[in-house]
Design a protein around this ligand. Structure first.
Ligand code: BGC
Length: 360
């Protein structure tokens, strides 16, 4: 699946570079440079594609590049885009602090910068930030677990559940927001013993996974089951990313867990196509749907605002301090999705077709 997406994306990127013509063309169009972190996960393919389509429909030329989670590659892409004279930059970073020098150069050259989904840290070069409510993602995951497992009444009823945490990348500002939102809901249950984390790994430091690596999540899950769950099942895998959920799934299958019997509650984020299919088959319990079309449309308004000189719509001016400024932000709403509402939210919302989801 991953390979198919990569191949498709490479074709898209190649086409985009040919058709966009780049900043040095003489079409007279303003050029927007769009930097995405990776093609290894479906959401970023959609993000890049939506941004390009929407910006082009507004008359901009687009130079779209992805950096395969290679920080140095993204640094170079940024430098090259600045050198080619783009008019505006939209950046979803890999390492949120690694682009500071390039961003300072962008500022010197009067190239406005919009942070896309992930905040750019330690810089005064960012005009606006378009994202989802990242703490809200964590809260939604926590609340889902609380509700589905009936945690509020568990102590009185003598119930408790085992849980392990798989959190996002420490160099991605979103990851800590998510963790904090999630723990705001779940910590009281860890404290009163309704949730039992047998590895003892509950801090952000102990549960964050560099570069959101599916392989690391899988390895951790394997180690956890072997080391701590020989005599008791894992009930809940609190995962911050669909990619982690895929890794966890394969470990559980190997360990003999069965859907409909002892399969744990597994959370995720992004509503990747495979995740929604796994929800339908019961191998993942929920995901957080982030409509990348909505995010792209908000970000495109910000691009127009900086290039045309008006104020874009902003709905948060307090939460996103990047170490230098509080960056004016627009937060889109994340929506929890499971087997009960995916048709209404995902299919009726036009995100995936029934055919894509292979629903009969
Ligand atoms: C995004 C998530 C995504 C993760 C891994 C985060 O910055 O907000 O939607 O799952 O990166 O790609």
């Amino acid at each position: 699946m991953k390979k198919i997406f990569v191949v498709l994306l490479m074709a898209t990127v190649a086409a985009s570079l040919v058709f966009a013509g780049g900043a040095s063309d003489n079409s007279g169009k303003q050029v927007v440079g769009v930097l995405m972190p990776t093609q290894s996960s479906e959401r970023w393919i959609n993000d890049g594609g939506n941004m390009k389509k929407m910006l082009e429909s507004k008359g901009y030329a687009v130079e779209l590049q992805c950096a395969e989670d290679d920080v140095q590659m993204q640094v170079s892409q940024l430098e090259n885009m600045i050198a080619s004279g783009v008019d505006c930059l939209v950046i979803a970073s890999i390492d949120s602090t690694a682009l500071v020098n390039g961003l300072a150069t962008a500022k010197q050259n009067n190239i406005p910068v919009i942070a896309y989904d992930r905040l750019l840290m330690d810089t005064d070069a960012v005009s606006y930030y378009a994202t989802f409510d990242n703490k809200g993602v964590g809260t939604a995951i926590g609340k889902y677990i609380e509700e589905k497992k009936g945690l509020a009444t568990a102590a009185a009823e003598g119930r408790s559940y085992t849980i392990e945490f798989f959190m996002g990348s420490p160099d991605d500002n979103n990851a800590l927001f998510l963790y904090n939102g999630c723990m705001e809901v779940l910590k009281p249950y860890l404290d009163n013993g309704v949730l039992r984390c047998k590895t003892g790994r509950t801090s952000f430091q102990d549960t964050c996974i560099l570069r959101w690596s599916q392989e690391t999540a899988q390895q951790w899950c394997e180690n956890y089951l072997a080391g701590f769950y020989a005599d008791e099942k894992l009930d809940i895998a609190c995962s911050a990313f669909d990619g982690f959920a895929y890794g966890i799934r394969s470990v559980l299958e190997g360990a003999g867990y069965k859907v409909g019997q002892d399969w744990p509650l597994i959370t995720g984020q992004d509503a990747d196509l495979m995740a929604v299919r796994n929800i339908i088959s019961g191998h993942q319990t929920m995901t957080i749907y982030k409509d990348t079309r909505l995010l792209a449309s908000k970000c495109v308004t910000m691009v127009e605002a900086v290039l045309k000189g008006f104020q874009p719509e902003i709905n948060d001016t307090t939460q996103y301090n990047n170490g230098v400024n509080v960056v004016p932000s627009y937060l889109c709403e994340p929506v929890p999705v499971d087997k009960d509402n995916y048709v209404k939210v995902i299919v009726d919302g036009g995100y995936y077709t029934k055919e894509q989801l292979k629903i009969n």
